[in-house]
Design a protein around this ligand. Structure first.
Ligand SMILES: Nc1ncnc2c1ncn2[C@@H]1O[C@H](COP(=O)(O)OP(=O)(O)OP(=O)(O)O)[C@@H](O)[C@H]1O
Ligand SMILES: [Mg+2]
Length: 240
């Protein structure tokens, strides 16, 4: 894979389940190291760095992991400020300020004292997003930020991603299955297929693309022919 992402860009990565999207994100922050090749962050190859050196690099990233959860026993404020407190670099007042600011960005002002159990799924996602950007990262990586959310909530998360991208001028890399979401947040969409970048283009280019692999993916059409389907439709079950 050969991929270059410019500062301030909003890039979306799409591709089949198991295609290596999450793995790609993990390489970008040095949670995984490539067998060969390099991963350059602002010109620095992070592939050979030690864990200690990587901590410095990772501080510049915010990451929304796939299926990320909140600490159930901590309230919103404590969840968002968790990593900051652990560093013992800021006073409580400073942490409070940073948390307030970031909760405002995700439109959750006033929820500081709420427990995760009191939040809806969409609100939890926004708290997770607040936690990812509280460090004011230069790069934010989102792994499936809208999976499992209804279309309206997904739309609001997409708006937030755009807002974060513009507001604090970050570089955004978003992995998603959701093509509507991809079109909304991506300035450029990259499609992975069989371990390679199969296509890269603007949302319009990718939706208009005649390539059958791209076309099937963006329109959600399976490429496996289901031979049993007609039989099943007549109520007959295949015996295993
Ligand atoms: N730490 C790891 N080391 C080696 N292989 C891994 C590791 N984690 C996942 N894999 C494998 O790499 C492949 C890609 O996984 P990955 O999680 O990146 O897929 P994905 O594109 O994110 O899929 P999904 O859309 O379902 O999240 C899978 O075959 C998976 O089993
Ligand atoms: Mg994944």
């Amino acid at each position: 894979m050969d991929l270059r992402i410019e500062t301030g860009e909003a890039v979306v990565i799409i591709g089949r389940s198991g295609g290596g999207k999450s793995i790609l994100l993990k390489h970008l922050i040095g949670l995984l190291s490539p067998d060969a090749g390099s991963v350059l962050v602002d010109g620095e190859d992070i592939a050979g760095l030690t864990e200690r050196q990587l901590l410095r690099v990772r501080r510049r990233f915010g990451m929304l992991f796939q299926g990320a959860a909140l600490f159930d026993s901590l309230n919103v404020e404590e969840n968002v400020g968790f990593a900051l407190r652990r560093e013992r670099k800021w006073t409580e007042a400073e942490i409070g300020k940073k948390v307030d600011r970031v909760l405002e960005v995700v439109e959750l002002s006033g929820t500081q004292k709420k427990m995760p159990a009191e939040l809806s799924g969409g609100m939890k996602k926004r708290v997770v997003l607040a936690r990812a950007i509280v460090y004011e990262p230069a790069f934010v990586l989102y792994d499936e930020p809208t999976t499992g959310l209804d279309p309206v909530v997904s739309d609001s998360i997409d708006r937030l991603i755009q807002r974060v991208n513009q507001h604090i001028n970050v570089t955004s890399i978003v992995v998603t299955h959701d093509m509507r979401s991809a079109a909304r947040v991506g300035e450029r969409i990259i499609m992975l297929y069989e371990g390679r970048i199969h296509y890269s283009g603007t949302p319009k280019e990718i939706f208009d693309c005649a390539d059958p692999i791209v076309n099937r993916f963006v329109n959600g059409i399976s490429d496996t022919v289901v031979a049993e389907a007609p039989a099943l439709m007549h109520g007959q079950r295949r015996k295993n």
